[in-house]
Design a protein around this ligand. Structure first.
Ligand SMILES: *Cc1c(COP(=O)(O)O)cnc(C)c1O
Length: 422
């Protein structure tokens, strides 16, 4: 037993589980050797990785700091309090819950706090860039609530606020949701506040994608306008996988806390909560503002290069880290384009564009995001180069081999961390 327990505490994964160690090694190489354009992704700091792999994972607590159901929480309470304080400081909210295991669960907790089954929610439709957790039929939100969707204008592809207002007056939703996962432009939160007020609805802004841009001060903030704001810590915020919920009303914040625990979740994922505190601390530094500015500059450089090569960018550009290519004029589907770019080591995802049919095989969009590449220190020049390779491959003017060579050259010049084999 003595030597067994020594091995348990000291042996790293390379010694104990070569099959998994190989997965880590391969994934680490992939992240080094491919250009990551999936808009939901980012590359967390070494400090965030440290938090995720920390001893905090051993600790079980339920409840909130100072009011736990288990003993021994004096140190982990500091971590959760820091995450809460930093969320409030970063976004200017009065209250925060940092326990949701994901963005989807953050939204579900809000629904549990504010809605009864059968209530009506009004949200952006999936094909216009909405999110699964905002009432898509296979999701719990779609099964338990009466869901009405607003969309975008057929010509501009910008949110149709008049339609949202009309629908709100008709269906009197209990909850109006703003935010999505493939909408490239800033959202008019004041307009949505007025629409919600007129309809007597609560307003939820899900800023999963652009939270990091709000934190960096390069995107308008919904926090003083919405009743509740949710986000992931994963995407532009550059932290661990997980969610946050913010609000400014004490009674509402209490209901949200009860909805997260004991309503939706059990014990806290403390290493993740600590990692959230770390990424929030990073987001409070001046260098994160520089990061946010560079994200916007890079997204615009990429969009400009694509447009100048006769590719169609939905809404003509972007105000965020992401943009949507409309491939219909190229006679390509999203999946074909995704595969063509995968062949030159550029990773991205097919996506519906507004008014696309629901079947993923028929989608004619490609979603591209610059958050991970910007973390890697790609600047506007590099994103113009990436745009040239994408355009070359999608218009058939660049050979696959040349595309691969140019991607490899970029990846080599901008190293990411190597996997730690302990
Ligand atoms: C990504 C995303 C989420 C969900 O995040 P998960 O952590 O993957 O559950 C929720 N809402 C929106 C708008 C998103 O883009």
């Amino acid at each position: 037993m003595g030597s067994d327990s020594r091995r348990h505490f000291l042996a790293g994964i390379a010694a104990t589980d070569p099959a998994l160690a190989q997965v880590f090694e391969n994934e680490s190489r992939r992240q080094q050797n491919q250009i990551e354009l999936i808009a939901s992704e980012n590359l967390v700091s070494r400090a965030v990785l440290d938090a995720l792999g920390s001893h905090l994972t051993n600790k079980t607590v339920e409840g909130y700091p100072g009011k736990r159901f288990h003993g021994g929480a004096e140190f982990v309470d500091v971590a959760e309090r820091l995450a809460i304080e930093r969320t409030c400081e970063l976004f200017g909210s009065r209250f925060a819950n940092v326990q949701p295991h994901s963005g989807t669960q953050a939204n579900q907790a809000v629904f549990l706090a504010l809605l009864e089954p059968g209530d009506t929610i009004l949200s952006l439709s999936l094909s216009a860039g909405g999110h699964l957790s905002h009432g898509a039929p296979p999701n719990m939100s779609g099964k338990w609530f009466d869901v009405v969707h607003y969309g975008v204008h057929s010509e501009t592809c910008l949110i149709d606020y008049s339609q949202a207002e009309r629908l709100a007056a008709e269906c009197r939703p209990k909850l109006l949701i703003a935010g999505g996962s493939a909408y490239p432009r800033e959202i008019d939160f004041e307009r949505f506040r007025r629409i919600a007020d007129r309809a007597g609805a609560r307003m939820l802004v899900d800023m999963a994608h652009f939270a990091g841009l709000v934190a960096a001060g390069v995107h308008s903030s919904p926090v003083h306008l919405a009743d509740v704001v949710t986000c992931t810590t994963t995407k532009t915020l550059r932290g661990p996988r997980g969610g946050l919920i913010m609000s400014n009303d004490e009674a509402l914040a209490k209901r949200i806390d009860s909805a997260v625990f004991p309503g939706m979740q059990g014990s806290v994922h403390l290493s993740t909560v600590a990692a959230k505190a770390v990424c929030l601390g990073e987001a409070l530094t001046p260098s994160f503002r520089d990061y946010g500015r560079q994200v916007l500059a890079n997204a615009r450089a990429l969009a400009a290069e694509l447009v100048s090569n006769d590719l169609n960018v939905v809404t003509g550009g972007t105000d965020t880290h992401l943009l949507l290519l409309d491939l219909r004029s190229r006679d390509l589907t999203g999946i074909e384009a995704e595969n063509a770019l995968a062949a030159v080591d550029i990773t991205c995802n097919k996506n519906p564009i507004p008014f696309d049919p629901p079947a993923p095989s028929k989608w004619s969009g490609l979603r591209l995001g610059v958050s991970a590449g910007t973390t890697r220190a790609f600047g506007s020049q590099e994103f113009a180069e990436i745009g040239a390779v994408i355009a070359g491959r999608l218009t058939g003017t660049m050979k696959e081999e040349e595309g691969r060579k140019r991607v490899a050259a970029l990846c080599q010049r901008f190293p990411v961390y190597r996997h730690r084999l302990r």
